[in-house]
Ligand binder design. Structure first.
Ligand code: ZN
Length: 79
């Protein structure tokens, strides 16, 4: 896996995202993570500029969801 440093996408200026990032517990619950996983995986495959910081933070700390997301991404890449 290669991390691509680059300009921060516009999505971070979204008020909803900002309020989420300002939360004292920015990590999503696993339930919320699963709800967003399809979108996250699609974006990871089709829109490399897309960055979902809350998802990234959760996946960094939750290996169960991380594996799930990776296999979903692999699946989408293979299709
Ligand atoms: Zn999780």
């Amino acid at each position: 896996m290669s991390q691509t440093p680059g300009p921060r996408p516009d999505v971070l200026t979204d008020p909803a995202v900002e309020s989420l990032l300002q939360d004292t517990t920015p990590w999503l619950s696993c339930e919320e993570c699963f709800e967003r996983m399809d979108t996250y995986a699609e974006a990871a495959v089709h829109d490399p500029q897309h960055l979902d910081e809350a998802m990234t933070a959760h996946l960094r700390g939750c290996s169960a969801c991380d594996e799930e997301a990776q296999s979903l991404i692999d699946l989408l890449r293979a299709s």
